[in-house]
Design a protein around this ligand. Sequence first.
Ligand SMILES: [Ca+2]
Ligand SMILES: [Ca+2]
Length: 570
Amino acid sequence: MKHLFILLTLAGLLLAACGGTPTPDIEATVQAAIAATQAAPDIEATVQAAISATQAVQAAVTATQAAQSTEMPSAEPTITPMPPTDTPVPEQPTHTPVSEPAGGTPTPSPLTTTEIPALGACTYYVAPGGNDSAPGTEAQPWATFQHAADSAQPGDAVCFWGGTYPTEETHLTRSGTADALITFIAYPGEAPILDGGNSAAELLILDPGTSYLRVSGFALQNFRIWGVELSGDNRHIQLDHLDVGGGEASIHFTYGETEGPPAEGPVEHIVLEDSTIHGSQYSAVDCTPGPCNHMVIRRVEIYNTGLEGEAFYGSDGLEFARGHDVLVEDCYVHDNGGDGIDLNSRDREGNVPGIIVRRNRVVRNHLNGIKLWAGGRMENNLVWGQGDSAVWVGTFASSVEVVNNTIAYNMWDPAYSERNWVFVAGYPEFGSPPAVQLTLVNNIFAFNADPTQGGPTGIYLGAGVELVREGHNLYWSRGDGEITAEFVSGRDDADFTRAEIADGTWTASTGQGQGNITSEPLFVSDWPEVDLHLNAGSPAVNAGSAEGAPADDIEGHPRDATPDMGVYEQ
Ligand SMILES: [Ca+2]
Ligand SMILES: [Ca+2]
């Protein structure tokens, strides 16, 4: 599917650039491009290539607009708009609700966002005070997003001037094509605001089937339920440079009952990047029931969601109930009432392919930090300040890789913390313990749960866990129980103490544990001014394993031949 998309994209680019006349040379070039695409190393590269190519097509199409055919798309989707009568049902909490909101003031985002790409030209314009009966030119702009959505053709770029647009529920029913997205974008330097006036239930609704769109550069506010909804069967959508706040969820993917199948088809090949999402009542970026496949969530800040509301129990920053090939990277997910990043909670068959969570900062969420229920790889994540277990993986049978994460000072803030293991793999939440193949390398676990409070704070490995590889981790959380390993037989106690890791007992019992460290990590700054960079004298410096370590650290610095443990390379 994605290769077909890229094929069409590249073909369209080449044809547009050559004035629409195919030649044998172009065919050969396209064939070469297909081969290159099929060799693309991963989802990220493929999706990025597709997006880049599509943007290039848009520019080419704009540049050659005079020569372009003006014919209408042959088949406009016939869609019956679906009224948003179904209030999303929150996941039943398995944890005690946080009793009161805390951490209410978000810290400023340190995200470095990219600029909105300059447009070669805009096909149409929209402005506050415009007129939908006008021709939509720069001098005589339209007034509403709905009119723009009803008028745009594949390849069109509709540019919005800054200001506030009172917005009712806006249905996007027209699709672009593989070689020509429809783009709705803030004019460079402008800041359009879509405002629902606290009466609109939703603002931008991509009806079932609507595909090949880009929405860029808008703030969405004062809606009651969802800011952006992808109803289902939506594919190849780019959402970027958005600021969405409030409602029940800011961005919602797939329509249907939470515990049931989706009412429409899956949402697939979506990029959400360089955006800020905040202040929802329930999960802020919500794919329930799903599935959401081939997703890229990148450089998104998600904060202050799930902290209050009628049915308050603590909702997540990012919650994808079902879906494969999901990449979450370079996000800052903090101060949410529930979990930070929660993936695949309804994929009970387990072993979901293509789940990657990396280089995220997951901070002060009041329940878990990162949950990978059905497998995946998490690397270079900075996870501190959670109110409950920082990381929870392998609730369903799966393979899980946990590499170069720094997991410290969780369950430390008494304002919202409970006591639990800091890291849990293969917990028997649904009866028998799930079979989990776990790789656990180069991580730092330190200062998890206030030691004055008592209770479990080490890591938990269930009876179905098989350690593919465990080693080069630093354990400094709970001296009398750093590792609880239910799968180890022949002991009175499943808990391995810090001393038993240091003296070789753990290694003798499991055949693992090479390179583990059981001393203080020596962070730059401890609680409350948390800075988990390593001091030069830290034992974690150069103590990691190069095998399977990520090429760079969380800040993009290349890792050397002797990687440091945790997220930072010195
Ligand atoms: Ca959750
Ligand atoms: Ca190093």
